[in-house]
Design a binder for this molecule. Structure first.
Ligand SMILES: Cc1cc2nc3c(=O)[nH]c(=O)nc-3n(C[C@H](O)[C@H](O)[C@H](O)COP(=O)(O)OP(=O)(O)OC[C@H]3O[C@@H](n4cnc5c(N)ncnc54)[C@H](O)[C@@H]3O)c2cc1C
Length: 450
């Protein structure tokens, strides 16, 4: 069987890795860029190790760690030096206790020192177990957490963590599409807090869960995967320009000529899949085009640690949707991970751009860096300008799983029924790296079972 995979991001690479092991399969992997990894890119600039896109994987979703272990990378996985983060509210940073970030406000001491929630908001959050489960309709992140924990807890803790990190509007993003696990907790245990506490107890304090990175940077993962593709025909710098399904096969038009395959895995964002299908399957293309994207940018700024009047501890801060800020969150990257910058310097990544907020496409690089530096000047008051700056842009890169996303996916699948085409990747059923690995491997498994 001749298989084409379009996209050598982590989704396409994971599919290729499994398919190459199957007898009778010839796999060709196309990517328009010269390298691999898609959004997973790391650069070294002098003494700095800079993530241009993702900086970690969530190990509780095991699929990426499993694959890294298969590739012999377990010794390269590292835990954060700090997991503590702050929330920006009314222009001030407040530390968020770990138990609140895992939605267990009843944990001993969790709410005692918290200054950013009123006594009434704390009392309301503690009543979460008494709240009846929802009616099972598609519900937004804001609606779900407001209903269960109260308005302020939702606005200042849950929404920045669960919607802010996706540059999304918490009133629009779908719980069912993005966080089905919390819906399961509500359904099965009647309480997110109680289910989370039980799960923590069951896993025990010693189990390695949480966010992990790779010593040499996240890009070593796709690179190692690409090196393991010994039985795949790799076609870098080859853009797929169009496709035409024809009697049990698919013809691809590419910048390197035309090719016919028995099956096609589209591991590109849905907006690319939409334009590729526009000529032959306008119905599917129109639905794929309904998935919205937001542009984001990361300003990297390095300061002398001695420039800050107070040492910056923890791993950074998140910004609630209600806070007027050009920054949506900041990672004190060299506090969070070892060996990112010299000891006496702090490498900061400031995230910018979100739905309903700053549109980074309207500003040039210098202006975005200046906005990030200005906000940091007000918040943490460095006495000197940054030693180093850099801007990485991600135009229309973050898929937004808005209310109705799962129904839209069902419609897309129906429009493509009977065609030898699979869709995988960050636009569909989970946009974290582990979810992308899972989708790529599932597509391979389904083809193997045919
Ligand atoms: C700024 C940022 C930070 C993130 N942080 C995290 C994080 O910390 N942890 C986490 O788990 N996830 C994070 N994510 C999400 C995660 O990185 C992505 O969802 C994931 O890497 C997407 O992988 P993918 O293979 O589906 O798509 P992509 O990485 O987008 O790969 C698609 C590939 O298709 C190629 N392509 C596109 N069009 C064509 C064409 N016409 N012909 C040929 N090739 C084409 C592209 O060149 C690209 O290589 C982050 C994302 C961003 C943007």
């Amino acid at each position: 069987m001749r298989i084409a995979i379009v996209g050598a991001g982590i989704s396409g690479l994971a599919a290729a890795y499994d398919l190459q092991k199957l007898e009778g399969f010839e796999v060709t992997l196309f990517d328009k860029s010269a390298g691999v990894g898609g959004k997973i890119q790391t650069v070294r600039e002098g003494d700095y190790l800079i993530e241009q896109g993702p900086d970690s994987i969530f190990s509780a979703k095991p699929w990426a760690v499993d694959l890294m272990c298969e590739l012999g990378m377990e010794d390269e996985l590292v835990e954060p030096l700090s997991s503590e983060f702050s929330i920006l509210t009314k222009g001030k940073l407040h530390k968020v206790p770990r138990a609140l970030a895992t939605f267990i406000p009843s944990a001993s001491g969790a709410l005692e020192k918290v200054g950013f929630l009123s006594a009434a908001a704390k009392r309301r959050a503690l009543k979460e177990a008494e709240v009846e489960p929802g009616a099972g309709e598609d519900e937004s992140i804001a609606s779900f957490f407001r209903r269960r924990f109260g308005r302020k807890f939702s606005e200042l803790v849950a929404e920045p963590l669960l919607a802010g990190t996706h540059a999304g509007d918490p009133e629009k993003l779908s719980m069912a599409a993005m966080y089905p696990a919390y819906l399961g907790m509500e359904r099965e245990h009647g309480s997110v807090a109680e289910a989370a506490a039980k799960r923590q107890h069951a896993s025990g304090p010693s189990r390695k869960v949480g966010f992990l990175t790779l010593k040499g940077g996240m890009a070593t993962f796709p690179q190692r995967l690409a090196n393991a593709l010994t039985n795949v025909r790799c076609m870098p710098s080859t853009e797929v320009l169009g496709l035409a399904p024809e009697s049990g096969a698919v013809r691809l038009q590419t910048s390197s000529g035309e090719f016919v395959f028995d099956h096609l895995i589209l591991a590109v964002p849905a907006n690319v899949a939409s334009s590729l299908l526009a000529g032959s399957r306008p119905g599917a293309a129109e639905k794929l085009g309904q998935i919205q994207y937001v542009s984001t940018a990361i300003a990297t700024l390095v300061y002398k640690r001695s420039a800050f009047p107070e040492p910056l501890t923890g791993n950074g801060f998140l910004v609630p949707f209600s806070e007027p800020s050009a920054i949506t969150g900041c990672t004190w990257s060299s506090n969070k991970w070892a060996s990112r910058a010299p000891e006496d310097e702090l490498l900061i990544r400031a995230f910018m751009g979100r739905t309903g907020g700053l549109n980074v496409d309207d500003f040039d690089d210098d202006s975005l860096i200046a906005q990030a530096a200005d906000e940091l000047s007000v918040l943490v008051k460095p006495s000197q300008p940054p030693l180093f700056t850099r801007l990485d842009r991600w135009p229309k890169a973050m898929a937004q799983y808005e209310l109705g996303h799962l129904a839209l996916l069902a419609g897309i699948e129906e429009s493509l029924a009977g065609l030898p085409i699979s869709l995988v990747g960050s636009s569909y059923r989970g946009n974290s790296i582990p979810d992308c690995v899972r989708q790529g491997r599932e597509a391979a498994r389904k083809l193997a079972a045919k």
